[in-house]
Design a protein around this ligand. Structure first.
Ligand SMILES: *[C@@H]1O[C@H](CO)[C@@H](O)[C@H](O)[C@H]1NC(C)=O
Ligand SMILES: *[C@@H]1O[C@H](CO)[C@@H](O)[C@H](O)[C@H]1NC(C)=O
Length: 155
């Protein structure tokens, strides 16, 4: 029988060490629609592409010594190439930060790179799990479809 005290202790540890909205440690990158209620529209794959297939969500490692941090998947470091978000072998680790509120989802850290934050794709958005993953780029506001913020979900 697990004691009540033990359960309380576990809850205390979880509250102290886990903040699923903060980039750091290991987590998924979730794509949140840029419009309240900021619906979660999927995640990023190990190559850094947007997918609606939960089985393709990669685990990212965020190394955050300060306000600027790097992101890596099993494929390699993540960077911005042109305007595209990509992760892969041979990439130069991108220097990412957090978009300043208030025009991103409230109280949720959203990825920033330089002066860019909001992302979109020139391809059709992935809607269902069977749709192909697509490359995201910092939006120029020319793309149709959903614009998304990249956010963190600790694992
Ligand atoms: C960015 O991704 C698009 C596909 O959405 C691709 O056609 C283009 O070549 C990529 N640009 C760079 C610089 O990798
Ligand atoms: C988790 O992170 C969010 C965003 O930085 C912050 O508003 C919130 O207070 C944090 N929660 C805890 C328990 O640290």
């Amino acid at each position: 029988m697990v004691s009540f005290k033990y359960l309380l202790g576990l809850a205390g540890v979880a509250a102290a060490t886990v903040n699923s909205t903060v980039f750091g440690g290991q987590g998924q990158i979730r794509t949140l629609w840029n419009s309240a209620p900021y619906t979660d529209l999927g995640c990023l794959t190990s190559a850094g592409q947007w997918t609606a297939n939960p089985s393709l969500c990669a685990v990212f490692t965020a190394v955050r010594p300060g306000s600027i941090f790097t992101l890596t998947t099993s494929a390699g470091p993540c960077e911005i190439s042109g305007a595209n978000f990509t992760c892969g072998a041979g990439n130069t680790p991108g220097q990412f930060g957090i978009w300043p509120w208030p025009n991103s989802p409230p109280k949720i850290e959203s990825l920033r790179w330089g002066q860019y934050g909001l992302m979109s794709t020139p391809s059709p958005n992935p809607i269902s799990a069977s749709d192909a993953a697509v490359t995201l780029r910092y939006t120029s506001y020319w793309d149709s479809g959903y614009y998304v913020w990249l956010t963190w979900k600790g694992v």
